[in-house]
Write a protein that binds this ligand. Structure first.
Ligand code: HEM
Length: 233
């Protein structure tokens, strides 16, 4: 019974639930909030660090880091067009996801900033440090992100609050995979004397691992939430 229930389509009642009256099963658990805020802090920190490095390029420090800084300095305009809207999008995501039913104009800004972030991410991959392994990860996860954002926007237009929220959560979960790639890269950096893997080899692998972790977590949670809602119905 449970299995067939999980596959059931959402009822009209479930579709028209407004965010402020979402059932308890729709609220975010503490572990998910902790994960969200960790990704949030990392995402903002990498943007701030990159902006500082673009303004004051440092020639000291590890050779690999200096080479990375030089790569992005060579494409300052594109990097800025990617990272500033990305940071704004992450801040908007916190408001849109954690205060459903809040300001409508913040939600209206959320979609165009997400679109800019996704489109410029494709452009950034033209200079991918991790080559084709990284580009393939960008193609898969960025496309999945933009598709989810598009679905969320469609459900917004249709006034389907529950599905809009589900696809918004999915889109933000995927996007924040970019933050998860950073500790993964940190591990690769730290272990490079042992593994002998250089930036160009591990960057792409880190992209695949980081985004996959977020996609797996967000899909498992959305699935368990949907199942809990169906059992509660
Ligand atoms: C779908 C989501 C995203 C994808 C697919 C993506 C993709 C990329 C790619 C391919 C690069 C170039 C890396 C390289 O040359 O190897 C890049 C750079 C960068 N991205 Fe994104 N990005 C995404 C979202 C974000 C978000 C949400 C932020 C932060 C709020 C962000 C911040 C940065 C920064 C700071 C850089 C410059 C490189 C650095 O400092 O590490 N990106 N991104």
């Amino acid at each position: 019974m449970g299995l067939s229930n999980t596959n059931r389509q959402l009822t009209m009642h479930e579709k028209t639930i407004q965010p402020e009256t979402l059932p308890q099963t729709s609220r975010h658990p503490l572990w998910l909030l902790v994960g969200f805020w960790l990704c949030f802090v990392i995402a903002i920190a990498v943007v701030v660090r990159r902006l500082i490095a673009l303004k004051n390029p440092s020639h000291s420090g590890p050779a690999q880091m200096a080479a990375l800084d030089a790569t992005f300095s060579a494409h300052t305009a594109l990097t800025m067009i990617h990272i500033i809207p990305a940071a704004i999008f992450v801040v908007l995501a916190a408001f849109v996801l954690l205060r459903p039913g809040g300001s409508q104009w913040l939600e209206r800004l959320f979609f165009p900033f997400g679109l800019i972030t996704g489109v410029t991410a494709y452009a950034m991959s033209a200079y991918a440090v991790g080559g084709w392994v990284e580009r393939s990860a960008v193609f898969v996860f960025d496309t999945w992100f933009l598709f989810s954002l598009g679905r969320a926007y469609l459900y917004r237009l249709r006034g389907d609050a529950l599905r809009k929220r589900e696809w918004t959560t999915r889109a933000v979960g995927i996007l924040l995979g970019i933050a998860t790639t950073r500790p993964v890269m940190g591990i690769f950096f730290a272990t490079s004397p042992l593994t002998h893997l250089g930036l160009h080899q591990f960057f792409g692998i880190a992209f695949w691992i980081g985004f996959s972790i977020n996609v797996a977590i967000i899909e498992l949670w959305l699935h368990s939430r949907r199942r809990a809602r169906l059992y509660a119905a």
